[in-house]
Design a protein around this ligand. Sequence first.
Ligand SMILES: [Fe+2]
Ligand SMILES: [Fe+2]
Ligand SMILES: [Fe+2]
Length: 413
Amino acid sequence: MQINIRQMVLTVSNAVDLVGVSDVFHGRRVGMMAVECARTLAWDTPTQHLLFDAGLLHDCGVSSTREHRKIINELEWEGASLHCESGYALLHDFAPLAHLAPIVRYHHTRWQDMAALGIDPLVARHANLIHLVDRVDALATPYYGDESLLLHVGEIRDLINRFREVLFAPDLVDAFLAASAPEAFWLQMDPAYIPQYVDDMERFREVRAGTLEELKQFAFLIARVVDAKSHFTAEHSLGVARLTRFLGQQAGLTGNHLDKLEIAALMHDIGKLQVPDELLESTGAYSPAERAVMKKHSFATYQILRRIRGFEELALWAAEHHESLNGQGYPFHLQAREIPLEARIIKVADVFQALAQRRPYRAPMPVPEILTMLRKMQADNEVDGAIVDTVARHLDECRAAALGPSALSKPLS
Ligand SMILES: [Fe+2]
Ligand SMILES: [Fe+2]
Ligand SMILES: [Fe+2]
């Protein structure tokens, strides 16, 4: 599989932007504004690209819609450094993006504190520019939806200027004021024009093929972002991936095929980033409106993954984890003969892991009861009986895979 690193950056960014729920362009707008300021400062092209990427990914430590609302509604808030630190940790562990980690770490640090913290001066400037345009975007967000943005540009510019030297470096404030004087600066932030800007930025980017190892690390990064959404779903993706791999092995899959299946499982719930936290943590008895929102998530997974060249097949395996052999699943209503073995495996692993895990509205389900549940689903022709048979033969291994290595030491419930 030849996967290019640029597509990985954009995929992480697309996934993280989903957390915005109805406003999914925050990361891209921050990247664009940073580039516009960097051009005003006559910073070179590699630096513009660096800042664009930093803008795209600066909020990768935010998976929760609750936290996202704070980020958009307040200029500074208690606990802002949490998402900076988790974003730093995520990127730091993924070599192709590790150079962005320090910028992300300090993107809510006040300018006046940078020197005392001993932060590398160049990192400090880059991080501070992201901070500045991030706040500009937060201030502008209420006005993108209607026609009133240009009416509020003056107050946004004044507010940023008022915090010069305290929050923001004076020359960066000046660069922002110069860059944002023309209407075009603001008008290009319209959702209709954003994809073109991103295309222009990407056109001459150096593309490098990722190795299989990088691909796996990338899938782990995505899984960590998804699993950080709520502590109730912590490690869900990791557990589903481990169990999927185990069940795939039992079904006779090997080598790259097995790796690819594991990667699909790691990313199967990317689309859940768009589901409000309150819904994920509710009693599980959804209203029709809530059910409609939930049903969007596996389709969103499909839309994000299919953009990656080389991922076409894997995107389907991941997105079909709520399809049913009886044709009543979602989002494609596939018939049994259309559902590949890989998707059937992920579906069983997903059900098993979710039931084995504590959820806000119920305790972890004991393994024998999980099997009973799967047998019932089998009787209703929802899941593949052969895979359920495999689960039945290996109950403790499945439990250990679903809950992680630590589950091995606990007695089988
Ligand atoms: Fe942000
Ligand atoms: Fe799902
Ligand atoms: Fe899931």
